[in-house]
Design a protein around this ligand. Structure first.
Ligand code: GDP
Length: 368
């Protein structure tokens, strides 16, 4: 499933945002008995109107949304990578996450002290990026040292020599102040394997998140625009949130939520946008299972074949996969039930090479 790590300078609104997420999690906790919940993580439902529409038609005992895990990755300040370093906990936390959510202060609020003076998103983003690049460079230095010992003279240990060449190439690139994501020839097989194994922080996809004032929800202020421009220049994702507003929203039921958002002239909350952008950034899609016991959304990578998608439900489903009965979400809603879709001939039987599409309602047939 999707995991998003929250980073940013102190006082930019990370805790406020994380509190909102924890509130949302706790309001839902009974629905996720399968999730272990740790203090720095919050597991929240992926908003998906299609799930509610299917549940309305099927009327199951349980409705289970897909979930996204947010991880609060505290501990980034200017100079963090020098001195004591970023700390193993920080590095372990950030390595595990699929996408980095870089929160940037774009709200004014004079009585909130900015750690580096006034509100200046370009400078703030640069400070954080530099720290992350330095952290990767430190890791690479250690890696180079170790690989030098492993790669015997004359390049006899071929694997180690290849890895060493990659480590040195990546280190040189990082030392020019650029993120691992832009290392040249990243898709060359040796480098691709090296990146996959070492997972540098700055190779991760990033969503830049402008934390704005209540009055700037559409993100039109110069500060929010500066964040948007930076994201565009990097080819990264972008979202606008108002962390304080998210805190209020987290305590509301769906009807109150809609009304509150409408009063600001928006349909989606900032965090909902973040989740949607996260899906897009990582190339994730959702499919559904729908029966009288449970209607549920599942997350898979775009391009997944039917057996891989089945493995999300249970690993045995992949091995024993026979076929999948598939109804597109649109057809399901148009006809109103599985039986009616069957009768109308819009249920398809697909084999192991079928590429699952966003919104497919799937019934897997398998051997146990
Ligand atoms: P952190 O250090 O990044 O975790 O920042 P905090 O979440 O503790 O926020 C720092 C201060 O900024 C607090 O006083 C918050 O109330 C305030 N703050 C956070 N988000 C917003 C926001 O969206 N708008 C405004 N006006 N203030 C905010």
């Amino acid at each position: 499933s999707l995991s998003i790590g929250i980073v940013g300078l102190p006082n930019v609104g990370k805790s406020t945002l994380f509190n909102a997420l924890t509130k949302a999690q706790n309001a839902q906790a009974a629905n996720y008995p399968f999730c272990t919940i740790e203090p720095n993580t919050a597991v929240v439902p992926v908003p998906d109107a299609r799930l509610a529409a299917l549940a309305e038609l099927v009327d199951p005992k349980v409705v289970t949304p897909a979930t996204v895990r947010f991880v609060d990755i505290a501990g980034l300040v200017k100079g963090a990578s020098q001195g004591e370093g970023l700390g193993n906990r920080f590095l372990a936390n950030i390595r595990e996450t699929g996408v980095v959510l870089h929160v940037v202060r774009a709200f004014a609020e004079d009585d909130v002290v900015h750690v580096h003076g006034g509100v200046d998103p370009a400078r703030d983003m640069e400070i954080i990026e530099t720290e992350l690049i330095l952290a990767d460079a430190q890791t690479m230095e250690t890696r180079v040292e170790r690989l030098k010992k492993q790669a015997k003279p004359g390049g006899k240990d071929k694997e180690a020599s290849e890895a060493l060449a990659c480590a040195e190439r990546l280190l040189a690139h990082l030392m020019t102040g650029q993120p691992a994501a832009s290392v040249p020839d990243a898709d060359e097989p040796a480098m691709a394997a090296f990146l996959a194994e070492n997972r540098p922080i700055t190779a991760k996809k990033v969503i830049y998140c402008a934390n704005v004032d209540e009055g700037d929800i559409s993100g039109e202020s110069p500060a929010a625009q500066a964040v948007a421009e930076h994201a565009a220049a990097r080819g990264a994702g972008f979202a606008v949130v108002c962390a304080r507003m998210e805190e209020e929203l987290a305590g509301m039921d769906e009807a109150e939520r809609q009304e509150f958002l409408a009063s600001y002239g928006v349909v989606k909350s900032g965090l909902d946008q973040v989740i949607a952008t996260g899906y897009e950034t990582l190339g994730l899609i959702s499919y559904f299972t729908a029966g009288p016991k449970e209607v549920r959304a599942w997350t898979v990578r775009r391009g997944s074949r039917a057996p891989q998608a089945a493995a999300e439900i249970h690993t045995d489903f992949e091995k024993g996969f026979i076929r999948a009965e598939i109804i597109s979400y649109e057809e399901y809603v148009r006809h109103g039930s599985e039986a009616k879709c069957r009768a109308a001939g819009v249920m398809r039987l697909e084999g192991k090479d079928y590429e699952v599409r966003d919104g497919d309602v799937i019934h897997f047939l398998f051997n146990v």
